[in-house]
Ligand binder design. Structure first.
Ligand code: TXA
Ligand code: MG
Length: 329
């Protein structure tokens, strides 16, 4: 790995967006805000840039990437859309939905980015900085979350800098993201299938489809040998401190990740307490989730104890990420 790169951090103004476009065209690695989490972008058509991206993240190369494009027209250059895919794209793009579709014949996304699959994951991000970069660059940008592989996804430019300084060329600082969990991934192949719960609640997709989506069995998501979205390894989002779920009491040497009114036994004596949303708002909780996990992870607690979070709306994605954070630790 070529370390010791000089990583520039720039406020995401017009000049920085233009610089990001040039850097991507030159095969560089650029971190930028999307509405879900910060992404680490590379030109989707340049295999050497993508190889550097996998290296910078320490990511196994069999784990494919999401291609980000500015609009549906650009997406249709890359993948084949059936009627369902068009309906979903029109309803939810730009926004926190990734569609897995059959590659188009003229798809220019490098094989390395799709890990040799005949499908490709595509998303049109809504964040104005992401949109501006995609338009300035003019092509598809593959972008995983801008963290070291296995770490929690970044929701601020500072999180990105902590993980990737010296490993990438440029970080555009566009402030804290609004959604806070990664996009919902839906395979639209023979049938629509939810591969990863995320920033677009399942219920919204089901309303557009006019039917319920099949639930993934929990062991399907937790099978490292054959994950459904290849990157959905069971312990993907892990802080270093062990995580304990569904806490109803707390020990003095634990940190508490609370939700709603934190009237939990022992909370006053906890090493640290962070409340995802005092008001019990799932959107606020999602936006705070990864940042609070990072902060609690730094407190030197024996365990991070997590209070139960309701399982509807964005709660499905929050509980998925918490389950992964707790898995096998
Ligand atoms: O919100 C997001 O989706 C963020 C922002 C930056 O856009 N990106 C993100 O990327 O979360 P990443 O690489 O951390 O997660 C992408 C997931 C992985 O689990 C990967 O296995 C899956 O998408 N994936 C990519 N291509 C796929 C394909 N053809 N079939 C099934 N899963 C795929
Ligand atoms: Mg990730």
């Amino acid at each position: 790995m070529k370390l010791g790169l000089k990583t520039q951090i720039l406020p995401a103004d017009e000049a920085a967006v233009a610089a990001a476009g040039r850097c991507l065209a030159a095969g560089g690695l650029v971190a930028f805000p999307t509405e879900t989490v910060y992404g680490l972008g590379a030109d989707a058509a340049q295999a050497p840039a993508i190889a550097r991206l996998y290296e910078a993240k320490g990511r196994p190369a069999f784990n494919p990437l999401i291609a980000h494009v500015a609009d549906i027209d650009a997406a249709r250059q890359i993948a084949r859309f059936d009627a369902t895919a068009i309906r979903l794209a029109e309803a939810f793009w730009p926004g926190p939905l990734t569609l897995v579709l059959p590659k188009a014949a003229r798809c220019r996304v490098a094989e390395l980015a799709t890990a040799g699959l005949d499908t490709v994951a595509i998303r049109v991000p809504a964040h104005p900085v992401a949109q501006a970069i995609l338009r300035a660059f003019g092509g598809a940008v593959v972008a995983p979350s801008a963290n070291l592989s296995g770490h929690v996804s970044p929701t601020t430019a500072a999180h990105v800098a902590t993980d990737l300084t010296g490993r990438i060329d440029l970080i555009l600082d566009g402030g804290a993201v609004s959604v806070g969990v990664e996009s919902t991934i839906l395979a639209c192949l023979d049938d629509a299938m939810l591969l990863r719960p995320g920033g677009l609640p399942r219920e919204a997709i089901e309303r557009v489809l006019g039917r319920a989506l099949q639930r993934l069995p929990e062991d399907a998501v937790n099978d490292d040998a054959q994950p459904l979205a290849p990157g959905m390894l069971a312990s993907h989002y892990a802080p270093r401190t062990p995580v304990r779920l569904n806490a109803s009491h707390i020990e003095p040497d634990e940190g508490l990740l609370a939700f709603g009114h934190a009237d939990i036994e022992g909370a006053h004596a906890a090493k640290a307490v962070m409340n995802l949303s005092v008001a019990g708002d799932l959107g606020e909780a999602a936006a705070n989730l990864f940042g609070y996990l990072r902060e609690l992870d730094a407190k030197g607690a024996r365990t991070i104890a997590v209070m139960p979070v309701p399982h509807h709306g964005l709660g499905e994605a929050i509980n998925d990420r918490l389950r992964r954070a707790a898995f096998g630790r």
